[in-house]
Design a protein around this ligand. Structure first.
Ligand code: AMP
Length: 229
């Protein structure tokens, strides 16, 4: 609770980084530490698939091809999410913004609501690390728990420890699609880093090692950011 113990009342964070850099894991730790909602646009889209909406069906096609969902759809869903009550003490964006146009739209959304960000964290990892991590990732279709065939095995092979469901590989975690997602990241999402370069909020953290070390680094940086701003 570094930041809140220093009298800070809100924590508004963006986590950036390539797919597989550990944004989801770090986001879970931070949202617990600060008691703020985790807003993952990837999760928003995956939840939409479960229903029968037109927007969910469209999003699924882009996602399964490893492409980005169009900015218009994504920005609208994010603006709606920020109207909900639970974001008043802060929020953490994971996987948004993913294009320069989304970053510009987010600035407008935040300006209209008169809210400011506290920190933008960029988790870094090489393409090689990412391919190894994502191609071995398995998820529970029931509870969403995440495993890895080498580094985080379930007790019984391919079965979720929590509920006994058979683990699955996300379609977008197949190696060809991962490579495409990385290309999309380098061409479309890296410009977001340049967009925030002079914001005074952007910090770079190594996401290639152990997630606990990454978390310690992030917490330290958040403390420093709060002191600075
Ligand atoms: P993630 O779980 O964050 O890796 O997202 C899974 C997929 O959802 C991505 O590969 C994109 O197809 C889509 N997606 C998630 N967030 C965004 C976003 N901000 N803009 C466009 N597409 C997104």
């Amino acid at each position: 609770m570094v930041a809140f113990s220093q009298g800070v009342k809100t924590m508004r964070i963006i986590i950036l980084g390539p797919p597989g850099a550990g944004k989801g894991t770090e986001a879970n730790l931070l949202t617990k530490a600060f008691g703020i909602p985790h807003i993952s646009t990837g999760d928003i889209f995956r939840n939409l698939f479960k229903g029968d909406s037109e927007i969910g069906k469209r999003a699924k096609e882009y996602i399964n091809r490893g492409e980005l969902v169009p900015d218009g759809i994504t920005n609208e869903l994010v603006a709606k999410r920020l109207d909900e009550d639970d974001v008043k003490n802060g929020f953490l964006f994971d996987g948004y913004p993913r294009t320069k146009a989304q970053a510009e739209a987010l600035d407008q959304i935040l300006l209209a609501k008169n809210i400011k960000l506290n920190a933008i964290i960029n988790l870094k990892a090489s393409d090689e690390t990412i391919i190894t991590r994502l191609a071995g990732r398995r998820v529970c279709p029931i509870c969403g728990a995440i495993y890895h065939i080498k580094t985080k095995r379930s007790k019984q092979s391919n079965i979720c420890d929590n509920d006994g469901a058979t683990l699955v590989q996300r379609l977008d975690d197949h190696e060809d699609t991962i490579k495409k997602r990385l290309t999309v990241y380098h061409t479309q999402t890296e410009p977001v880093l340049r967009y925030y370069e002079h914001s005074g909020l952007l910090v770079h953290i190594d996401g290639s090692g152990d997630f606990q070390k990454t978390h310690l680094d992030v917490m330290k940086v958040l403390g420093d950011q709060i002191d600075k701003n």
